[in-house]
Write a protein that binds this ligand. Structure first.
Ligand code: 4AD
Ligand code: MG
Length: 450
């Protein structure tokens, strides 16, 4: 039963066979000749299957009551369609109505088009729309591609904890965890902002590892690019420097883009139309062929200073870039994804390896057109004395990081890694504008309705 799906029918797997499909009615059209046409979707692909129903089937009167959203089970013969656009259609022999829609006029996902803002208010039903289902299938391919790529390259998947007592990024935007039992843990605990510190300990024994899971940030950033709960994949490699992980990030993105284009082209094409973004497929293809542009923070500052009149926020050495700066570099100047390296120490996390100039760290941010930062990573500080200095400079307690410091005491190695924000990446691939539309049940500031 699970082998039968509309995707496989459209691909010709059931040509001239009698089969049974199950799905939901998208539309119904009745001809004067006593024939009804149902478009059925089962979510396996963007295409609907056209089912032709003649008025000689026993419950034809019931068929005439079917509206958008009703669930049905239909048995019939799959034949090649005469119309070119639809390759295959089904001639129904029997139709079983499984669930009608109460009061069709009030059905929240009627056949007309709905704004994404409205759809967010009905997140439990919005998956029935073409756009959200296309994005969800693309999301699935991105996640699959991540695991495939890692596995092919001998990375070992390590599951790091969600509840933690340590602040990975050192900037205290963590959700607290509490339990009914007082002092359940003997110290304060939080939802993790990143699995990096734990994955570093595994990298220092298994060499090539990654963690992949949800992370949580109580940032007061109510923007179209921030979520309170999002997914991050974090590879970490021992004996690797910054250049090594820039190359890894580039190859990983190429692999993910190729995988999505090869497996979900129709969904991507739907996103192109929906978002009126004709450049979407080109920019993925361009990246697959050419990779990204690589510049240093200093070079980026140089470019942005030259065009300073274009920006609201002024640029000085030492400042962090805002989205307008990132968009200028990616959309206008380079027209590509850009990897920026060697940021000032003062705006980056304590664990990044200090460069010889003692002013910058071996960090990289990878920024993409319209989306801004998609990847953040670095070479890690592997020298205990330098790490302790950084902890002090950032006012972090050396005591709390005792086990992290142990990794530098016992057979320390240069090591590097990064984190990809999956929802940001999916925004880039689909051309969607709001991060709340690329995760099933978004959690962001002021918003936890489902
Ligand atoms: O740059 P970030 O904060 O890096 C880390 O967490 C490192 N510990 C990763 C590592 O080196 N292993 O976050 C990584 C990425 C960002 O580049 C961005 O794509 C995404 O996570 N991100 C968010 N996505 C959605 N909502 C938010 N609030 C996000 N904050 C970061
Ligand atoms: Mg970052």
């Amino acid at each position: 039963m699970y082998k039968i799906c509309i995707k496989n029918i459209i691909n010709g797997l059931f040509k001239n066979q009698n089969i049974t499909i199950r799905g939901w009615v998208k539309t119904r059209r009745d001809s004067k000749l006593g024939i009804s046409f149902l478009s059925i979707n089962d979510g396996s692909c963007i295409d609907n299957l056209q089912v032709v129903i003649k008025n000689n089937i026993s419950n034809y009167n019931e068929i005439l009551k079917l509206t958008t959203g009703c669930s049905v089970q239909i048995s019939g013969l799959v034949i090649k369609s005469l119309k070119e656009k639809q390759n295959y259609e089904m001639q129904a022999k029997s139709v079983l109505i499984i669930g009608l829609v109460d009061n069709p006029r009030n059905y929240p996902i009627s056949a007309k088009s709905h704004s994404l803002e409205y759809l967010r208010q009905v997140s439990h039903l919005r998956i029935r729309t073409n756009i959200i289902s296309a994005v969800t299938r693309i999301r699935h391919e991105v996640f699959t591609a991540v695991h495939n790529f890692m596995n092919k390259n001998n990375f070992i998947w390590v599951t790091t904890p969600i509840i933690t007592s340590l602040d990975t990024e050192g900037y205290s935007t963590m959700f607290s965890v509490s339990a009914n039992t007082k002092k359940f843990f003997s110290k304060k605990s939080f939802l993790t902002v990143s699995g990096q510190l734990n994955i570093e300990s595994y990298a220092c024994a298994l060499s090539k590892v990654y963690t992949f899971g949800p992370v949580f940030r109580a940032e007061k950033s109510n923007t179209s690019r921030h979520l309170a709960e999002f997914w991050m994949v974090e590879p970490e490699i021992a004996f690797a420097n910054l250049q090594d992980i820039i190359l890894l990030a580039e190859n990983m993105l190429k692999y993910i883009f190729k995988h999505v284009l090869n497996n979900r082209m129709k969904d991507i094409e739907f996103c192109v139309k929906y978002n009126n973004n004709k450049n979407l497929i080109n920019r993925l293809g361009n990246f697959i062929n050419n990779g990204f542009i690589h510049i240093s923070y200093n070079e980026a500052i140089g470019i942005l200073k030259k065009y300073k009149n274009k920006f609201n926020k002024q640029i000085v050495w030492g400042c962090d870039f805002s989205l307008e700066h990132e968009n200028y570099l990616t959309n206008e100047y380079f027209k590509n994804i850009v990897a920026i390296t060697n940021y000032p120490k003062s705006i980056k996390a304590f664990y990044m390896r200090v460069n010889d100039d003692n002013k910058t760290v071996a960090a990289m941010d990878i920024i993409a057109q319209d989306v801004g930062e998609v990847i953040g990573g670095s070479q890690r500080e592997d020298r205990l004395n330098k790490l302790d200095l950084c902890l002090k400079e950032k006012n972090l307690s050396i005591k709390n990081y005792w086990w992290y410091r142990d990794l530098r005491k016992y057979g320390t190695v240069p090591h590097s890694g990064f984190g990809i924000g999956l929802e940001r990446l999916i925004l880039y691939i689909t051309g969607m504008h709001n991060i709340r539309d690329v995760i099933p049940f978004p959690r962001s500031m002021y918003d936890i309705n489902f």
